[in-house]
Ligand binder design. Sequence first.
Ligand code: CA
Length: 245
Amino acid sequence: MTSLNDTKILVIEDEPDLRAGLQHNLELEGYQVETAADGREGLRKARDDRPTLILLDLMLPGLSGLDVLRQLRETGREMPVIIVSAKGQDRDKVQGLELGADDYLTKPFGLGELTARIRAVLRRTQAGARAGAGDRPAVAGVMQFPDLVVDWRRFTIVRDGNEIQLSRYEAEILRMLVEHRGEVVSRQDLLRKVWGYVHLPTTRTVDNHIARLRKKLERDVENPVHVVTVHGLGYRFESPLLEES
Ligand code: CA
């Protein structure tokens, strides 16, 4: 597990006073801090400097916070992101969570709230990354289903001979469904276990991630054979396990 002083936080914020204040206070808390003043610089530093966590303002010059997040996730960067929004940006906030942000803060926020959120997100995401290593022995290694191979160590699947990378959330959703294969898993359970402590306004976020997961897993997304919808209840992983190694 990463110790506190190995934890590098990238603060992407265009307001100079707020940026400097966040840097100062997070350094006092013992974190390493990098900063970026606009979206492009933020994206570049997120890719090159490999921060442990990103604090991402939504309203940025050049490239918006949502654009930064989208481009990070599209290129397989799965580091945790906490978005920072102004009051009245609820739609952007929801979109940010659907793009794979881990939590959000609304300005103005206090230092105590900020550090509590950072700790909670780090605890949750680091626990998720460790989960394959031992505390969930039911799902590990490589599992083969009809027309589908899942490699839990690398979060990849193989379908029709193509290897496809899963995002962290897609992998966590799939893991939970496969652990409970044959049973219905409710949206609420997925929200609680996969996202943990986040004030998600709606379970639609789960449905959107399931839709993205299906595009990767299913030959025909209109007639899924692996992850099926159980109307009014949730989702069920239906494929029989053929082989495990
Ligand atoms: Ca701003």
